[in-house]
Design a protein around this ligand. Structure first.
Ligand code: WT7
Length: 667
């Protein structure tokens, strides 16, 4: 079992548990009653939450239909519209003037968009998409930077009942093409480009490249002008957003969709090469994201300014930047750029500028800020922050304690720290789970640095051994989900067999296999130990070893490749690749080859997949049956002892590889 941030590796003066602050607890949005209610009757709890949190056009009957397990139906027969729930109803309730989005562009431009304005924008976009032939059930690929039109497009799709498939703007044209093909997208929404570290970066040329070959299903490309760079247009296919959307009617009569109507597809990496199209539907997804956005972050829409730093290209952006916060009518910040542009205090400057109350971010970003030094955040007034959240990977206790002390306890420059630091909520969940599954509840539960604590109310989690038997306190095993949950994936797009195989075969259809290892401590609190499969976690992003291996092997000079995740102080894990060149390339300069192959993966998949190290090796360690021993390569990549190489067909191979790694890639 691999472990990215083993618990208990540091000893701090204060390592918790930290009880909730008394003032916070007294005023908290949620209370322990949630756990009691869910514990007493899980389905009744979810039904009450669904009715209490959302507006349904038609009430549902049965709460859960699991008769066709592992295919679930939640809130059976209910009808609702996700966009109406996220926008229009807040206007109807008199909150039209409240800011929905506080957009900040990387160059420093900003836009404040109220709920009333958002309602009009979404209606216009919905009308425009329909005029381009998009209707209920169609798929729309969204390949965009972090700008308001991205959120507007997602909501406009939801309003019509078209499925959006957001493709992270950092992905390559190949990645976009394969995702658009798999989903058979009719429309692609993109931008000319965006800004990255002070420079324009382009998106539209990648769309052109993705569509260069015939045989795709895309009829139109709708292009938002963001950075004004010159981009080429294909007559008849490409349209500017500003030519098509603004003069549409700001009224759009919505239809209510079935609770189980598909809301979106989002691709994520699995253990095999091909990304999986994770399918989410309307009623259950919206219920769980709305409830957890409220309870995990103590969200008060009237007064809070919430900020999730995730890109909308990932599930965190879907659930906790679009659907969860907006379903609650919250005000939130959306930021286009990177945290170090134009300076390393940008995040904290924005917290102070907007008076951010909740900051939801990734451990890798916290570690980066630690590296830059506490003097930087100490220059800013961070006193507005009430709740801090983390997601994507286990947070190491050092980073957790730094976050609490330097950010959560800050009252502003030169002032004594807060007596009640902002609680930290470490949230464990996945693209597949749709919403939070394990997380402390601020004001209610205690917290410990590095522990995700306990299942959220209404979620049934277990840790089991190889046989599927529960493990006890102080023991580790496989993380499983023991009961269906509202925001669960409904399947893999057009691949029901893969859905069963991936999640419901390890322990049968009784237990959902999450792919993570986990441990109960002596108090019964949960610690996530990292993936148990061939999935890497780089900066909180999921990458498949096989996918990167396939990319390397596709290079004409590569004969074989093995990829492992190595420990990395900032990104959690880093991609390390071992490659064998083919016979014709054996004379090539290994260093030049290594640089070229890193570039190749970057261009093929995207910058996040670019290996930290590529090592050209004469041989890969294999068992006598021919299986690559990744475990040994992982040890080498980590600079550890090679370990037991006795089952190798040729043990001398490892000695050579370890020696090369030490001399060439010593850090
Ligand atoms: C995998 C899911 C959930 C949105 C971001 C990633 C890891 C996620 C935590 C956490 C330890 C975590 C797991 C999980 N993970 N959150 N709080 N503590 N590990 O979504 O790309 O679907 O990846 O991320 O390994 O299985 P994803």
């Amino acid at each position: 079992m691999s472990s990215t941030a083993a618990p208990g590796t540091v000893q701090h003066e204060q390592t918790g548990p930290f009880p909730p602050g008394a003032r916070f607890a007294a005023a908290a949005v949620a209370d322990a009653g949630r756990y009691e209610a869910a514990g007493a009757d899980r389905l009744a709890y979810w039904a009450e939450q669904a009715r209490g949190t959302l507006s349904w056009d038609t009430d549902f009957g049965e709460v859960l239909d699991w008769s066709d397990a592992p295919f679930a139906k939640w809130f059976v027969g209910g009808q609702l519209n996700a966009a109406y729930n996220c926008v229009d109803r807040h206007v109807e309730a008199g909150h039209g003037e409240r800011a929905a989005l506080l957009f900040e562009g990387e160059p420093g431009d900003s836009r404040r968009i109220t709920y009333a304005e958002l309602a009009e924008e979404v209606a216009r976009a919905a009308n425009a998409f329909e005029s381009l032939g998009v209707s209920k059930g169609d798929r729309v690929a969204i390949y965009m930077p972090m700008i308001p039109e991205t959120v507007i497009s997602m909501l406009a799709c939801a309003r019509i009942g078209a499925l959006h498939s957001v493709v992270f703007g950092g992905f390559s044209s190949d990645a976009l093409r394969s995702r658009a093909d798999d989903a058979e997208a009719k429309l692609i929404i993109t931008a000319d480009g965006s800004y990255r570290r002070g420079k324009p970066s382009l998106l539209k040329p990648n769309v052109d490249e993705a569509l260069a070959e015939p045989g795709h299903t895309v009829e139109h490309v709708l292009v938002v002008r963001r950075n004004g760079e010159d981009v080429s247009f294909t007559e008849g296919r490409d349209l500017w957003w500003h030519d098509v959307v603004p003069d549409r009617s700001a009224e759009h009569a919505y239809a209510a969709h079935d609770s189980e109507h598909p809301l979106f597809i989002l691709y994520t990496s699995g253990t095999t090469g091909k990304p999986k199209g994770i399918l989410h539907t309307t009623g259950g997804y919206l219920t769980q994201t709305a409830v957890t956005a409220r309870d995990s972050f103590d969200l008060r829409p009237e007064t809070d300014v919430y900020w999730c730093t995730a890109d909308v290209g990932w599930i965190t952006g879907h659930s906790y930047l679009v659907y969860g916060p907006l379903a609650n009518g919250a005000t939130q910040v959306i930021y286009e750029g990177t945290p170090d542009t134009p300076h390393k205090g940008r995040l904290w400057e924005m917290v102070a500028k907007y008076g951010v109350t909740q900051l939801y971010t990734a451990p890798t970003l916290i570690r980066t800020c630690m590296k830059w030094g506490r003097e930087i955040p100490e220059e800013y007034d961070l006193s507005s922050l009430r709740v801090l959240g983390t997601v994507g990977e286990a947070i190491n206790p050092e980073a957790w304690l730094w976050f609490r002390e330097v950010i959560g306890a800050s009252s502003g420059p030169g002032r004594p720290p807060k007596d009640e630091p902002a609680p930290i909520v470490d949230t464990w969940w996945q693209t597949e789970t749709g919403g939070h599954m394990i997380a402390p509840m601020p004001g209610v539960t205690h917290t410990k640095p590095g522990s995700a604590q306990k299942p959220v109310p209404g979620i049934d989690i277990g840790i089991v051994d190889e046989m599927g038997e529960p493990v006890g306190r102080g023991e580790s095993g496989f993380l499983v989900i023991k009961q269906p949950w509202p925001a669960m994936l409904r399947g893999i797009w057009r691949d029901p067999e893969r859905y069963r195989d991936t999640y419901w075969s390890r322990f049968g259809t009784d237990l959902y296999f999450a792919g993570d290892g986990a441990r109960y401590d002596e108090d019964g609190d949960i610690w996530i130990l990292g993936r148990v499969d061939d999935v890497m976690n780089v900066s909180g992003h999921r990458l498949s070893t096989t996918e990167i291996e396939s990319s390397l092997v596709a290079h004409e000079q590569v004969a074989e490749a093995a990829v492992v995740g190595a420990k990395d102080a900032t990104t959690g894990e880093a991609v390390v690749a071992f490659v064998i060149l083919n016979a014709e390339s054996e004379q090539a300069d290994p260093e030049a080859m290594e640089a070229q192959l890193r570039e190749h993966v970057r261009a093929d998949i995207g910058p996040i997949a670019k290996p930290r190290n590529v090592l050209v090796v004469p041989e890969l360690p294999k068992t006598r049956s021919g299986k690559i021993m990744r475990r040994l390569l992982k040890n080498v990549a980590n600079g550890d002892d090679v370990g037991d190489a006795s089952t190798l067909s040729d043990p001398s191979v490892m000695i050579q590889i370890a020696e090369d790694m030490r001399t060439k890639h010593a850090e």
